[in-house]
Design a protein around this ligand. Sequence first.
Ligand code: ADP
Length: 551
Amino acid sequence: MKQAKDIKNLKKPEKKVRSQTRRLQELSFQDTESLIRELEAHRDELEKHNEELQRLQKELEDSRNKYSDLYDFAPIGYFTFDGNGLILDVNLTGAGLLGIKKQFLINRPFETFIEASDKDIFRAHRLDVLLKQTRQTCEIRLKCKDGKIFYAQLQSLPVKDPEGNLSCLRTALSDITKLMDTEESVRQSEEYFRLVTENSMDIITILEKDGTMRYESPSVERTLGFQREELTGANVFEFVHPDDKEEAMKIFSQAIENPGLSLSLEVRFKHKDGSWRILEVMGKNLLDNPAVAGIVVNSRDINKRKQSQEDLMQLAEELKRSNTDLQQFAYAASHDLQEPLRVVAGFVKLLGKRYKDKLDTKAEEFIDNAISGVKRMEILIKDLLAYSQIGTKGNAFKLTDCSFTLGNALANLQAAIEENKAEVTYDRLPTLMADATQLGSLFQNLISNAIKFRGNKKPKVHVSACLKENEWVFSVQDNGIGIDPKDAERIFIIFQRLHSREEYSGTGIGLAVCKRIVERHGGRIWVESQPGRGSTFYFTLINTAGLNQGP
Ligand code: ADP
C-alpha cells in the first residue's frame, strides 16, 4: 500500500510540468526566461523523483519475485479453481505433482487428473467449500502424466471478490502417498496376524484375569463344535472336566500371579455334543502387556494323538505277548521234537546194526543218509532251542571279563582251529556287565564263522575292542571269502544263508542268535565286508560306567 502511495506522489511533478509548458506558450519573452529557470529547477526535481520511482519499482518487483518464489516453490501445490473446478492458477509444485507444465494446466478441468472413482469426492468437496464457506479437506487419488497414481490431500478455502461474492477456491494439495504407505503396512500387518490366528488349526483364546473368554479363534467351532459367540463371555472353567478342574485352576492362578509366566497342561474340555476332548493347552500371562491385556492360550486337540499312542502301546503289548508265545512255542516245539527224533535215530541205528549182513550196499547208503539227516535235524533243533532261549532263559548280567569269556570260546573251538590251522589273535578286552554265557556264544558263533567261511589262505582272525563315547565297540576280523554289502543285513535274519549246505555246512541260525544276544545287551551288530577281502563283524556293548577296566 505504501509503495502505491509513493508512486502517486511521484507522478505529481509530471502534471505540474505539463501545465507550465502550456502556460509558457502564452507568455512574453521575459517571462519565458524566468519560466525556463523555473522549469529547469522542476526538471531536476523531476529527475530526482524519477530515480526514486525507479528505485521503488525495483523494490516492488523484488518483493513480487520473492512472493512468487515462495508461492511457486512451496513444498505443497497451490491451486486456484473456479466454481466448476477449472484450474485458474497453479504454482510450480502443483504442476510438478501432476507432471505437467503450468501453462498447459491453466483453464483445464482439474477432474481430468482425478481417478474415475474419486471424481465425485472432489465435486462434493467443492460444493462443501462453497456452501459452508469454511476450510474443507478431502483425500483423492490423482493420476500424473506418466500414469503413476498418488494419494493427495486437498485443503480448500473459498475466496471472495471485492463485492463479497464467492469467486474461486484456493486449494493446498499435498502428496500423502508415503503417509498412506505406512498406514497400509500397519493394516497389512494386522490383516496378516488376523489371518494367521483365524486359520490356525490350534484354538487361540484370550482370557480375562477371572477366566472369562474374551476371544476365541474360529477353529474352536471345528474342534469343540461351539460357535464362537456361544463361548465368548463365558468362564472357561465351566467347560473343563470336573476331574481336571482343580488342577487347571491351580495352574491358571499360578500364571495370574506371575506375569509373563507360561503355563502348559492337558485338560479335558467339553464338546458341544457332550463328549470330552483332550486338549493340550499352552498359555502365557500377558495381562501386563497393554496390547493384549489378557492371558493368551493356545489349545490343540490331542484326542487322535492320545488315541494312537494308546493304540501303539496296545500293539506293543500284543507284540510282546505274541513274541513270548512264539518263543515258548519254539522252545516247546524244539524240545518236544528232540524226543521223537531220538527215537527215529535210535531205530535207524538199530536197523543198521541188526541187519548189517542182510542188507545190500544201497540199503546201507540209505541208512547212512537217514542217520546224517537225523544229525542235521538234531543240530537244527539245538540251534533253534538256543535261539528261542536267549530272551527267556538268559542269566542275570554280572561283571564279566570279556578276555576270559573269549578264552573259553576259543577252547570250545580248539578242534576247528587246529583242523584249519587258523591263527586267532586278540587284544585285551574290557570287563563289563553282561551275560557271560551268551557273550561266550556270541564270540563262538562269530569266530567259528570266520574260520568256516575261509578262502584259500590260512584263516587269520583278530578280536579287538575300543571304547567310543559310552559304548565298547568289539570287532571280529577275518581274511575269509567276504560278503557282498547288499547281503550285509539279511545274514542276521534267521535261516538266511548265502551258500548251499554242500558248499558250507550250517543252519543259518548263528548270526540271528548273535543279533538277539547283542540286542538283549542293549547293543547293535553289523558287518563291513567286500567279497574276497575278508569280513569284520562289529558289535557294541554298553560301557557300564565305573565298572569296566578296559585295555
Ligand atoms: P550259518 O553259519 O549256519 O550258515 P549264520 O547265521 O552264522 O549261519 O550265517 C549266515 C550266513 O552269513 C552264512 O551262511 C554266510 O553266508 C554268511 N557269513 C557269516 N559269517 C561270515 C563270514 N565270517 N564270512 C563270510 N560269510 C559269512
